[in-house]
Design a protein around this ligand. Sequence first.
Ligand code: HSE
Length: 437
Amino acid sequence: MEEEIKVGLCGLGTVGSGVFKLLSENASLIKQRTGRDIIIKRVATLDRYDNLGLDFSNTEVSDSVDDILRDPEIDIIVELIGGKTIAKKIVLESLQNGKSVVTANKALLSEYLEEIFRAADLAAGTLGFEAAVAGGIPIIRSIRQGFSGDRIEKFSGIVNGTANYILTAMSRDGVSFDHALKAAQEKGFAEADPAFDIEGIDAAHKVILLMAVSFNAYFDFSQLSVEGITGIEPIDIAIADASGFVIKLLGSGSRTANGFQGRVGPALVSKNNMLASVSGAFNAVSVWGNFVGETMSYGAGAGSYPTASAVVSDIIETIRAKSNGMDNPLPLLNINAEHLTHQDIIPPEQTDGAFYLRLRLDNTEKSVGDIIRILDEESIGIQSITQRPISNDLPTQKYMIIFTESANEGQVKIAIEKLNGLSFVTTLVKMIRVEQD
Ligand code: HSE
């Protein structure tokens, strides 16, 4: 009879408790799939755990991850505590000690991408990180295995459940930003520090991982252009809606003739684009391969059970590899380590895109000519230009909405600086990218 697999679980929060439940509820099914019993031998947690309804009769619970790291019987260490200090020690030390590691820690992996992946490449054990990107959607596995014959040209998607939940609540239900964020926190979607979600940082962590797996290279987090959703106002949501768009926080990466592009930011997405109908905490990622064409993966992007599903899929993959005597069955970044390179991300100012510009003007009559002149000076073509009254009490004030043709982002930013300097522009110009279908 095959020996049981012993797991050490670091962290028993939203995801950790979901992993515990899944392994217990689906134990017999998982045994049929792996031939092994999985025992969570140790748990390390600083949180209260007696109220979670979990059976700890086979598990020793302590507040120290060292108890897990020092236990020679543990085969797989699951890091779900988050953060970058103790989590980094857990991941690196475990790999150095020949253990396999499963982590959902996108912040850690994206910041120390090269160091951790190099350590994993040299290690006897495996590193699983499916749960770090897009919750329950097996997007890492799709790219690394499903599209392993394709050259990935680009990906674009909604990879932060909390931000999508907030934008959906604001646009569909008219809920305020703060209320929607609170609800997302209560549902267990948000990061411990929700600034990561609303400032686009969490999505950026995931984009760096998607870029690495898609383009088979290391990228620096610091080179990624990152903008969150805190600047999105109800007026932009309303104008987008009237113009046939919804506003989504998108994360994307692409391979171009000039190098690699990557960004996170709000975008106007046409209602005809499938991403427009991804609502609440759901995520979706479109991936374009040079042979497969466009694909889209959709599912729950955050929350206890979907993320636990991804963690356990990595535990099972690890066990199957072990059972087959394979230490590192798949190259982590979908390419053999000797071919991995470090690549730069092109600054956003050197890329092109179409943009939505919203100006608030006093005395529109005199202003249109100046605005058109400034855009023309920066070679920005105009697709449409419309005016919208603000309220009856402010008869001389109007919003002017401009949709540009595809233009250089650097020049658009210069034009905005000039527009902001005009005496009749009363509020700084709002610029949002328009996603090209
Ligand atoms: N806070 C993250 C989100 C959790 O909302 O997407 C899943 O990574």
